[in-house]
Design a protein around this ligand. Sequence first.
Ligand SMILES: O=P(O)(O)O[C@H]1O[C@H](CO)[C@@H](O)[C@H]1O
Ligand SMILES: O=c1cc[nH]c(=O)[nH]1
Length: 234
Amino acid sequence: MTAHIYAAKKGEIAESILLPGDPLRAKFIAENFLESPKCYNEIRGMLGYTGTYKGVPVSVQGTGMGMPSMGIYSWELITEYGVQNLIRIGSAGSFQENIKIRDIVLGVSASTDSNYVHTFNLYGTYAPTADFDLLMKAKLTADKLGIPVHAGNILSSDVFYELQEGWWQKWAKMNCMAVEMEAAALYMNAAYHGVKALCMLTISDHFITQEQSTSEEREKTFTDMMKVALETIV
Ligand SMILES: O=P(O)(O)O[C@H]1O[C@H](CO)[C@@H](O)[C@H]1O
Ligand SMILES: O=c1cc[nH]c(=O)[nH]1
């Protein structure tokens, strides 16, 4: 029982979990990929389910948008429910010409404009990083499934409607692949507690071409990423 997942009892959440920002993406995954899914959380509409995938217990939990929300859910899942493997499955905006709409991106590292790191009281600049084992397994799994992926640095931003002129081109110049809003906090919480985390993204919109996905597409059609994530954790 935690402040935000308080109906779930210890043991009702699996050691491995998928974390979409959108709770309805969590519902879609539970209903379409998990066997015998049981909803363990509806508090704040942040749906969480546990079922099995190929016989292995797996949970899927919506985290909401932004670092504070991801910070809360990942912290509670790790510290109160013993979750060990956390894979964020999100959507992102591509900064790069070769990273196209619907492509999948693995966040090796997550640059950020957030101040989430202040809580760890470090002297210097922390580099939020994916767990290497999960990252390697995701890449090998994607290869085996014949699903191409890009891997590299992503940006976790606090601001969706950024006003600064030319802001994304500067990140693009640093070879940053795409922007989303949660991975850096997830990587920090996982590192602090010694558990494994990875952020996997599907490109939902493109800063160069101006292409955009609908919210329904973001909820229900990023199935290649869902498959890669599930096959990575079983
Ligand atoms: O689709 P999700 O997983 O929510 O991810 C992205 O979409 C939201 C913004 O539209 C942010 O949460 C961002 O990180
Ligand atoms: O955070 C996000 C997600 C998708 N597209 C964006 O531009 N930003």
